[in-house]
Design a protein around this ligand. Structure first.
Ligand code: IMP
Ligand code: MG
Length: 184
């Protein structure tokens, strides 16, 4: 039987390391938001963040609300540089809400720079960002996540929600694709 694992050159982040990282981020979030009486909204960016979101929300002890947005900025392994909102956030009480954007990876930074400004413009009380992975060497705009899981080098990675053309999201670890998969 064909296994997606055969397309992976090497595992970059193991399941154990993912677990430890998510536990650490959840503790940081509880430390920073634990005493606030405002609503904390975990806003996951579909589709890549669903796996991280599912793990993270279970480990945060204070109450949170969850919601989702969907944006599109990528095709294949290259960013198009433009952010389209495909699924928006609709609520009229954002002035009383702290938003924590939950993202799989910050690469060029364009998606999150755009989204943070957009959500502030819509009136959110505060907007911060938690990302599982961070590739600072690829940054094209001035954006730094408030909570960053692991800094990784400039590899195109898949698994734990991250895809290559919609594939490999279900792998439980984060791995580097064999180059022959995306070069032909
Ligand atoms: P940015 O706007 O360039 O920061 O792009 C962020 C989005 O690009 C992420 O939410 C991912 O969906 C996608 N992306 C960036 N790097 C990778 C990668 O190495 N593997 C899979 N998706 C990636
Ligand atoms: Mg994404």
């Amino acid at each position: 039987m064909y296994s997606m694992r055969d397309d992976i050159e090497r595992i970059l982040v193991s399941e154990k390391e993912i677990e430890e990282t998510v536990t650490r981020i959840a503790a940081e979030i509880d430390r920073d938001y634990g005493d606030s009486e405002r609503s904390l909204l975990l806003l996951a960016i579909l589709k890549g963040s669903v796996v991280f979101m599912g793990d993270l929300m279970k480990k945060i002890r204070r109450p949170v609300e969850i919601d989702f947005m969907r944006v599109s900025s990528y095709s294949g392994t290259e960013t198009r540089g433009k952010v389209d909102i495909l699924l928006d956030l609709h609520r009229d009480d954002l002035g009383r809400v702290d938003i924590l954007i939950v993202e799989d990876i910050v690469d060029s930074g364009k998606t999150l720079a755009y989204l943070s400004n957009y959500l502030k413009f819509k009136g959110a009380h505060s907007v911060k960002c938690a990302t599982m992975l961070n590739k600072p060497s690829r940054r094209k705009v001035d954006f730094e996540p408030d909570y960053s899981g692991l800094v990784i080098p400039d590899y195109f990675v898949v698994g734990y929600g991250l895809d290559y053309n919609e594939k490999y999201r279900t792998l439980p670890f984060i791995g580097i694709l064999k180059p022959e998969i995306y070069t032909d």
